[in-house]
Design a protein around this ligand. Structure first.
Ligand SMILES: Cc1cc2nc3c(=O)[nH]c(=O)nc-3n(C[C@H](O)[C@H](O)[C@H](O)COP(=O)(O)O)c2cc1C
Length: 214
């Protein structure tokens, strides 16, 4: 146990990213890195990502969500549309996704705009979840104040009985968001704090790739 956090130091040495190896397509670069992280092992939830939003109170807020899909359109996660993040996105749809993968010393930061996914996408994903998670989504009016834990447990019990042997319907206020990127940054830890950073930003219909100082 350390009290002096100054002594936490690490010399990054797992890899590099350079002008020759960086992919012209940021989605492909993400795919390669995501595979590398999974293959390297040692990270429990490689798809855990910090989603930052700008709140209706003007403050930014980050919280972890699970990335459930990515494709050439962008990055998908699922949540309650009436949660704090849902309300924030309704007002300010500009968001940021940040991944940190300590096993191979990489960070990816994606700025983009969030939009709700189609009802059929949300329904399909909801239907694929274990029944316990489906009922949990029904029970939890995410981000509202509740008096105690019992209200959740009691509601869950009641719903378990209600939906015994039946399909659980997706709550209306629950579904997916697609984050369409406008900027990516790939960060690879390197020795002596001289890390590799490459940023992709949209110019017209093209991605411009630039190296940033660490
Ligand atoms: C590892 C991990 C995964 C999570 N995955 C999700 C998720 O996919 N969707 C979600 O709504 N909340 C998820 N949460 C909970 C959120 O971090 C957050 O507490 C919740 O969404 C309410 O956030 P809000 O009040 O800012 O809207 C996860 C938390 C952790 C630590």
């Amino acid at each position: 146990m350390r009290d002096n956090l100054h002594d936490y130091r690490k010399n990054y040495k797992h890899g590099s990213l350079d002008e020759e190896s960086v992919d012209p397509n940021p989605f492909q670069q993400f795919r390669t890195w995501f595979y590398n992280v999974q293959n390297a092992g040692g990270v429990d939830e490689v798809n855990a990502v910090t989603l930052s939003t700008l709140g209706v109170d003007g403050f930014p807020k980050g919280r972890v969500v699970l990335l459930k899909k990515y494709d050439e359109n962008g990055f998908y996660f699922y949540t309650n549309y009436n949660s704090e993040k849902g309300k924030s996105i309704t007002v300010h749809n500009k968001v940021c996704l940040s991944f940190f993968w300590p096993n191979i010393e990489r960070q990816v930061i994606i700025k983009g705009t969030a939009e709700p996914t189609s009802e059929s996408d949300s329904k399909n994903y909801f239907a694929s979840r274990p029944k316990g998670s489906q009922l949990g989504a029904l029970v939890s009016h995410q981000s509202t104040v509740i008096p105690n834990r019992d209200v959740l447990e009691n509601e869950l019990k009641a719903l378990e009985e209600n939906y015994e042997g039946q399909e659980v319907p997706k709550p209306e206020d629950w579904g997916g968001y697609l984050v369409r990127p406008i900027e990516f940054e790939f960060w690879q830890g390197r020795p002596n704090r001289l890390h590799d950073r490459f940023r992709y930003r949209m110019e017209g219909y093209d991605w411009v790739i630039e190296r940033l100082a660490p």
